[in-house]
Design a protein around this ligand. Structure first.
Ligand SMILES: [Zn+2]
Ligand SMILES: [Zn+2]
Length: 206
């Protein structure tokens, strides 16, 4: 199995354009505070709607919210392992892998490429809510904000790992955990916000 990301050594600084089209190139970048703010505001609005306009009890809303966070951590693991690190046995797959994630492994310190750009994220998030609403009905009003808070947590941890030296606080172990993925083995530690699923699926590395 050959992966694009293993062909190029990670660079300590710098960046590289992904697209020739300047509008697409601009849209492929974002400051981390933009998506995090959008998701937290959206989550608050959904949570408010769940309490104010549905018949769900506070306990049930709370349960659904935490279920949303937990499911997010599993999705984070599965997407990182299955999509971002998919086998690149065809040129098309290699191109997709590089655009979505290979470039992050090549330029891990490029702070404008640490989150899905808002233009794409709004589209993906709307589609996700549509699917959740079809599956869960009004429960989606409490589950979806949990999912978004989980995603925001992931973005925050990922930003800290790549923007700062190892912090001397709670985040240190997560900092080390994700650095192992970048600098020791791309096939270990797919979880960024927590190593939970790496322990369960046997991809954890100390
Ligand atoms: Zn990373
Ligand atoms: Zn990765």
């Amino acid at each position: 199995m050959e992966q694009t990301i293993t062909k190029t050594r990670p660079k300590n600084s710098g960046t590289k354009p992904l697209f020739e089209n300047p509008i697409l190139e601009r849209l492929s970048r974002t400051h981390i505070a933009v998506p995090i703010s959008i998701y937290l505001v959206t989550s608050t609005l959904f949570g408010w709607y769940a309490f104010a306009y549905t018949e769900m009890s506070a306990l049930w809303i709370t349960f659904l919210f935490f279920a949303g966070i937990t499911v997010f951590t599993l999705v984070e693991y599965a997407v990182h392992r299955g999509v971002f690190h998919m086998e690149t046995d065809t040129p098309t797959k290699a191109k997709i892998q590089y655009t979505f994630h290979g470039i992050h492994h090549e330029y891990p310190k490029d702070k404008t490429r640490l989150a899905m750009p808002p233009a794409a994220a709004v589209f993906v998030a709307s589609a996700l809510f549509g699917v959740l609403f079809l599956l869960l009905g009004e429960a989606s009003y409490a589950f979806f904000p949990g999912f978004l808070v989980g995603y925001s947590g992931y973005l925050f941890v990922h930003f800290i790992v790549h923007a700062y030296a190892p912090p001397k606080n709670f985040f240190k172990w997560l900092w080390i955990n994700h650095s192992v993925h970048h600098y020791k083995s791309h096939e270990k530690n797919y979880g960024v916000s927590s190593p939970l699923w790496d322990h369960i699926f046997g991809t954890y590395m100390k």
